[in-house]
Design a binder for this molecule. Structure first.
Ligand SMILES: [Zn+2]
Length: 120
């Protein structure tokens, strides 16, 4: 029962295990208190197009049934989750889900000034 390896690398996010349940952000894969994360759930978007596609929505009230995924309220984590297709895996959906609701929740409505984008 030796638990010494985590102490150093958990430094920047100090998690008090007594503060509540801990979940893993699907974007950066860091463990975080659930209260600090957004709960995302997949809903069927029945738009009559024949194809059953899923949309991901923010479960702000944390009351929606079904499988949830957790994400920091951070556009960077959203981008990471998109890149690694974490939504499909975490929410057990196929294809690329519609995450418009999530981006709108995270990104400010007004046009953000792009702070010097780096091209790599
Ligand atoms: Zn994250």
């Amino acid at each position: 029962m030796i638990q010494r390896e985590t102490s150093a690398r958990m430094r920047e996010s100090t998690i008090n295990p007594f503060a509540g349940p801990v979940r893993t952000c699907i974007g950066c894969r860091r463990r975080e208190l659930a209260v600090e994360l957004l709960r995302l759930v997949a809903v069927d978007s029945a738009n009559g197009s024949g194809n059953r596609s899923s949309a991901v929505t923010v479960d702000a009230a944390r009351k929606l049934p079904g499988r949830g995924a957790w994400l920091h309220p951070d556009p960077g984590c959203l981008q990471a989750a998109i890149r690694r297709r974490a939504f499909g895996r975490a929410l057990r959906i196929t294809g690329s889900p519609d995450i418009t609701a999530v981006s709108e929740h995270l990104l400010p409505q007004e046009q953000p000034e792009a702070p010097g984008q780096e091209n790599r």
